[in-house]
Design a protein around this ligand. Structure first.
Ligand code: PLP
Length: 462
């Protein structure tokens, strides 16, 4: 089965890319404080900062925008979205939100009490921030393999059930409002959770009366990995696999900006009617009426259409294979990347890539800056800068993984763009000892990776 898979769409509208000179890129990088978040997008050639809200919509989604019903209450477009979520994901109740973190805010406020513990399979920035704002302590219960970037585990997002069980024993089930299960795990490298692990986690939790809430942001990608890797699923449509996955949860938060193929939007879904009733009241304070939750009618209509398109087997097969196409070129050239290749991104292992830099010299941040300078490709740091500081000691959190994420937007770039990215990363790897480290010259108090500014430490490179 080595048949090539081309993009399962044809291009109807194009956006011209600007290509800056080396000197122009250098100027842009200095202006942006060596933080790729602070670059202007028009100065970027291939933008792999994030797959969030950067998808290309289909002709049918653009047409759906015109069908948007902007009524304040009872909008037709809300009912389109609600039925798409119910049909594809299988939950009973849906609360629309402006994006994923809006749903995280509602869920955290509704379920967490001061002093609670929320176990999860590795943290996600906004998810953990909302849990902590509401007084919970996040506890990582992912399998140890997830912290090893070279380990070829097929389901590196899995929960270590013994870690979860011992937390339940230690703090008691009453102190655990829910388990927060990301499918796939962004910060582990877009790694999936197996169906068996979801089922086992759900059963363990329910035997203690604890509910399981998915972070469903990339659940379709997770479903495709199950189809490829878990026995019994090869011949099942992704849509059916997804339904089974969601049956092992009590609800989810969703960032529509990823697997729903839209530029903005999200939702909170659940099966529990009491939680739904309370969420309907809270959403009014933070997002808007429960029939729009911060979205325009047209946004909801486009998201409903995107939810159906995302579970098309041809779409998701190419999506995963395009990411793998980039990753495999890097592996073949000996570039250290997180293995196995994940669902939405290729992650460069900056510790291995730049062994001459200490973690305090922000190796992943330095590598992302160097890549932009080399070719105008924009990537994102996922390492010590993103991990922030310990609330109590004020020290840097020191994640084992120091990564640069090359995130592939959905349906935006062709495989030719992936070739250009691969060439740049490989040439940078060949001259890696010329990359110098960075120092942080401005540090914002929360989610510092968005706005921090850096300057090179000239002595750290050679
Ligand atoms: C993007 C993301 C979120 C937050 O969603 P937004 O729509 O950006 O608010 C939550 N969890 C994961 C895993 C994400 O990737």
């Amino acid at each position: 089965m080595n048949k090539r898979v081309a993009e399962p769409y044809k291009i109807k509208s194009v956006e011209t890319l600007k290509m800056l000179s080396y000197e122009e890129r250098e100027r842009a990088l200095i202006l942006g404080g060596y933080n790729t978040f602070l670059l202007r997008s028009e100065d970027v050639y291939i933008d792999l900062l994030t797959d969030s809200g950067t998808s290309a919509m289909s002709d049918l989604q653009w047409a759906a925008l015109m069908r948007g019903d902007e009524a304040y209450a009872g909008s037709k477009s809300w009912f389109s979205l609600e039925s798409a979520v119910r049909e594809v994901y299988g939950y009973r109740f849906v609360i629309p939100t402006h994006q994923g973190r809006g749903a995280e805010n509602l869920l955290s406020q509704l379920k967490i009490h001061q002093g609670d513990f929320v176990p999860g399979n590795m943290y996600f920035t906004t998810t953990r921030a909302h849990q902590e704002l509401n007084g919970a302590t996040f506890v990582d219960v992912i399998i140890d393999e997830a912290h090893d970037p070279t380990h070829e585990h097929p389901f590196k997002g899995n929960v270590d059930l013994s870690k979860l069980e011992s937390l339940i024993q230690r703090v008691g089930p009453d102190k655990i409002p829910y388990v927060s299960l990301a499918v796939t795990v962004n910060l582990a490298g877009g790694q999936p959770v197996s169906m068996k692990n979801m089922r086992d986690t759900y059963e363990l939790c329910h035997s203690h009366g604890i509910s399981v809430m998915f972070d469903a942001t990339r659940c379709v990608e997770n479903a495709y990995f199950i189809k490829e890797r878990e026995s019994g699923y090869a011949d099942k449509p992704v849509k059916d696999i997804l339904q089974e996955m969601m049956s092992y949860s009590d609800g989810c938060t969703m960032s529509g900006k990823k697997d729903c193929l839209v530029n903005i939007g999200g939702f909170l879904a659940m099966n529990d009617e009491d939680l739904y009733t309370r969420a309907r009241e809270l959403v009014v304070l933070y997002e808007g009426m429960p029939s729009y939750g911060g979205m325009a009618g047209r946004d909801m209509e486009a998201m409903a259409q995107g939810i159906y398109e995302a579970v098309d087997d041809n779409y998701i097969r190419h999506r995963i294979q395009q990411v793998r196409y980039l990753g495999q070129q890097l592996i073949d050239a000996g570039v250290p990347i997180v293995r196995p290749i994940g669902g939405h991104a290729v992650f460069l292992d900056a510790r291995q890539f730049l062994p001459h830099l200490r973690q305090d010299e922000f190796p992943a941040q330095a590598l992302a800056a160097a890549l932009y300078l080399d070719s105008g490709v924009r990537a994102m740091e996922r390492g010590i800068v993103s991990a922030g500081r310990n609330k109590v000691t004020g020290e840097h959190n020191r994640p084992k993984l120091e990564l640069v994420r090359l995130t592939i937007p959905r349906r935006v770039y062709t495989d030719n763009h992936m070739d250009v990215v691969a060439d740049s990363v490989i040439s940078l790897y060949e001259k890696r000892d010329t990359v110098s480290g960075l120092e942080m010259v401005y540090e914002p108090p929360t989610l510092r990776f968005f706005n921090a500014r850096f300057a090179p430490v000239p002595s750290s490179g050679k």
